[in-house]
Write a protein that binds this ligand. Sequence first.
Ligand SMILES: [Zn+2]
Length: 276
Amino acid sequence: MSTESVESVQTINSSIQEHDNVLLVACFGTKTEDLLIDFETLAQPEVVTRILHNGLTLPDYKKLSEREIWAWSLAKRLKYLVDIVQESLCSSLQFTHHCCAEECAEQLEFDLPLNEFSHLVVKEIITLNIEGQELQLRLPTGQDQQLWLRCPKLPVTELIQSLVLSVDKKRPEQNWELPESWVTEISAALEITDPLMTLSLDLLCPICAFNNKVDLDLETQLVERLKLAQKTLLLDIHTIASAYHWSEEQIVTLSPQRRQFYMKQIRAELHEGAVI
Ligand SMILES: [Zn+2]
């Protein structure tokens, strides 16, 4: 078994440079609203919106509206999801991957440090020159993601056309159609500008030296971590409520340190066979 740390995420693009430092990030699992997120049945974009809505506030502690969060680019939504996981759970994500080289299959373990993303700000508009025309595009948003999920057969050209803000500094006419020949170039530019959505890592196997290409869906990985945290929290609430008869709200609003203290006490007393 081998352990590797991914020191830098090479795919981060210069379009994401520094944290805008405007929103406050709360710890997931310290509010009853966090227990209400239905990870099992809601679609992932819906789950992400709920997590961001519960976990972020303006400097005056006012909440953002869900509508505003839906209108954020996918990159911005992901960046704040990273911030919430970092604040609540861990500073890096651990993964395992079996080496893809023939007759090797060594289990590689690697860490993805989340602080790579915590000082970043997303550039929401990109400019491209295609076939002598200057094109301005916005990044896809949570609303776009919702639309794609509802209409999976929507043609890619139509999806991309909806992102075009201007052509040669003019807003496209209503009957304007995006040339098919532009789609590949625009898709590539969006992928480069929005690198966190398709995180590609190179993992060198220390046994056979094979370079493993690993694609990570960072958003899904982060949501999975929070889903597990919610499950652990519910089990802790059950244990503490059974022992102390406190309400769900009283237990969930305990700081994680105090909650862990009570859990440790309960486990210790159970281990000793004492009745609580
Ligand atoms: Zn190998």
